[in-house]
Design a protein around this ligand. Structure first.
Ligand SMILES: [Zn+2]
Ligand SMILES: [Zn+2]
Length: 218
């Protein structure tokens, strides 16, 4: 079961994947209190919180989730220290202008890791470009891709922020295209906007790789 919390503001989307009474949260967003209430209503206990990257709009609410649940926190190793220390240029508190409490990272993820917890299996794909430690998470059973700010239903994440890199995001998209070709991506659950389809990634890649990089904005 995938519970979606779609944002209509600058907050990120938030997702909970659950099997029975336990689940995994992907991105807490800025204020996850109402998500946690909803999750409690449907009797799901969050065992692990995974951040797709360290940015404020995805991870400022991590401290709330840690406080209110027994969940551990996982993020890619290259974004872990920024998140723990709440380094402002990297977590972007200077853009969003609000607080971000650093939280301890329990699991430093790397490419190829397979997370198996609470009956949920997620494969970690390191997709740098938006940040150094950006990841996508692939759920093989439903062929779902949780794509953070790497790729949206109709675009890609910014590469002009600290740690961003245009060539890296291009290579990351190429990896996702090949994942779609070999194993299939039925649905994309992005960090912002509505849900997308795996078949869109190639079109998005072609569009941006033929375009001026300054227009890349997601
Ligand atoms: Zn971001
Ligand atoms: Zn974002």
């Amino acid at each position: 079961m995938i519970q979606t919390f779609m944002s209509n503001s600058h907050d990120s989307n938030s997702y909970v994947i659950a099997d029975g009474e336990e689940g995994v949260m992907i991105d807490a967003g800025i204020n996850p209190l109402h998500h946690l209430e909803k999750i409690a209503e449907i009797n799901i206990e969050i065992k692990l919180l995974i951040s797709t990257h360290c940015h404020y709009d995805h991870a400022a609410g991590n401290s709330v989730v840690v406080e209110k649940t027994s969940a551990g926190v996982a993020v890619h190793e290259l974004d872990a220290e920024y998140m723990e220390k709440a380094e402002k240029e990297h977590v972007l508190t200077h853009l969003f202008g609000a607080g971000y409490k650093g939280v301890r990272v329990d699991q430093r993820l790397k490419d190829g890791d397979v997370i198996e917890i609470a009956g949920v299996k997620l494969e970690v794909i390191h997709t740098p470009g938006h940040t150094e430690g950006s990841i996508c998470l692939y759920e093989p059973q439903s062929k779902a891709l949780f794509s953070g700010d790497t790729v949206f239903a109709d675009g890609i994440g910014r590469t002009d922020l600290p740690g961003g890199n245009w060539n890296d995001i291009g290579n990351s998209l190429k990896r996702l295209i090949s994942l779609n070709e070999t194993r299939g991506i039925d649905k994309i659950y992005p960090g912002h906007g509505g849900l997308g389809s795996g078949d869109n990634i190639e079109r998005i890649y072609n569009f941006y790789s033929n375009d001026d990089k300054d227009s890349c904005f997601g």
